[in-house]
Design a protein around this ligand. Structure first.
Ligand code: NAP
Length: 273
């Protein structure tokens, strides 16, 4: 019996990626989920979820995964570019190396995977890339400036890529989640020496408000359901925000208000005024 086409989900060890990979596998798909800590070898199951090692910041790791999937006849028809992390802290106090690492994962990590697998997607005559951005890429968050910038860059990357790939039948969909309850805040890299920062106490107040809002966010499964639905949709889809009613109101205000008044609202929302 022929295996269903493979769906590759990066960052499937926890949070949104785990929920997406498990939901897809439960629906009968052949799914390869990745983690930096998974096995580098072993068979790729003909159906269900196989976890495989991938560090999206490491060219060798990306090439090894591609070769492994090729040898197993499991090159993906759909890729969910989900792996990512966040740093926090005042822009002034963010070391260049930390900012570079943020972009190296969230933007260039996705790019390494795209570059490795596009030739095979083109060769099969089409496919789908689902890019997990963030509402923080649309609305710049104070004290998460480099995270926001990396997701805004990823959104621009996805939009340009979508136009370039249209002739090859490869669709690119940008999914921009609002707050979802995952371990993301626990893994966020905080500023090194916040207690001596001139940005205190505002910085800590804003970060505490963000964590509270993330912990009260939507379930990872609700985002996974939206992504699974997308993989079953035949037509093309540029993207959507997966947002709560409150976040949708902010998106609307962001569209209609000039930057100054909108940023006043953001300052108020985080108790900065
Ligand atoms: N949670 C939210 O509220 C929210 C909102 C908007 C957007 N997002 C985005 O959704 C995505 C998933 O976030 P999450 O909330 O599910 O966070 P999470 O629970 O921390 O999961 C992050 C995943 O990314 C993987 N990862 C991190 N760095 C990697 C690297 N260099 N190479 C390969 N894999 C790497 C991790 O795998 P290993 O550590 O096992 O390698 C893990 O599976 C991220 O892109 C995030 O920016 C999240």
């Amino acid at each position: 019996m022929m295996s269903p086409p493979t769906i590759l989900v990066t960052g499937a060890s926890s949070g949104l990626g785990k929920a997406i990979a498990e939901r897809l596998a439960a629906g009968g798909a052949r799914v390869v989920g990745t983690s930096r800590h998974a096995a580098t070898d072993g068979p790729i199951a003909a159906s269900g979820l196989t976890m495989a090692q991938l560090d999206i910041c490491d060219d060798v790791s990306v090439a090894s995964l591609k070769n492994r999937l090729q040898e197993a006849g499991a090159l993906p028809a759909t890729i969910v570019l989900n792996a990512g992390f966040g740093i926090s802290g005042a822009i002034e106090e963010t070391p260049v190396d930390a900012a570079r690492a943020q972009f190296d994962t969230n933007l260039l990590g996705a790019h390494r995977v795209v570059q490795a697998f596009l030739p095979s997607l083109r060769a099969r005559g089409g496919g789908r890339l689902i890019v997990i951005g963030s509402l923080a890429g649309r609305i710049a968050l104070p004290f998460q400036g480099f995270y926001s910038a990396s997701k805004a860059a990823l959104a621009a990357y996805a939009a340009a890529l979508r136009i370039e790939l249209r002739p090859f039948g490869i669709d690119v969909t940008l999914v921009e989640p609002g707050d979802h309850r995952t371990g993301f805040p626990d893994r966020r890299q905080p500023p090194a020496d916040r207690h001596h920062s001139p940005y205190e106490p505002q910085q800590s107040r804003v970060l505490a408000a963000m964590i509270a809002s993330e912990q009260a966010g939507a379930s990872p499964e609700s985002l996974a359901d939206a992504v699974v639905h997308l993989t079953h949709t035949r037509g093309r889809h540029a993207g959507f925000a997966k947002a709560s009613a409150f976040e949708r109101l902010f998106l609307l205000l962001h569209r209609v208000l000039p930057a100054g008044p909108f940023q006043l609202l953001v300052r108020r929302a985080y108790g900065l005024d």
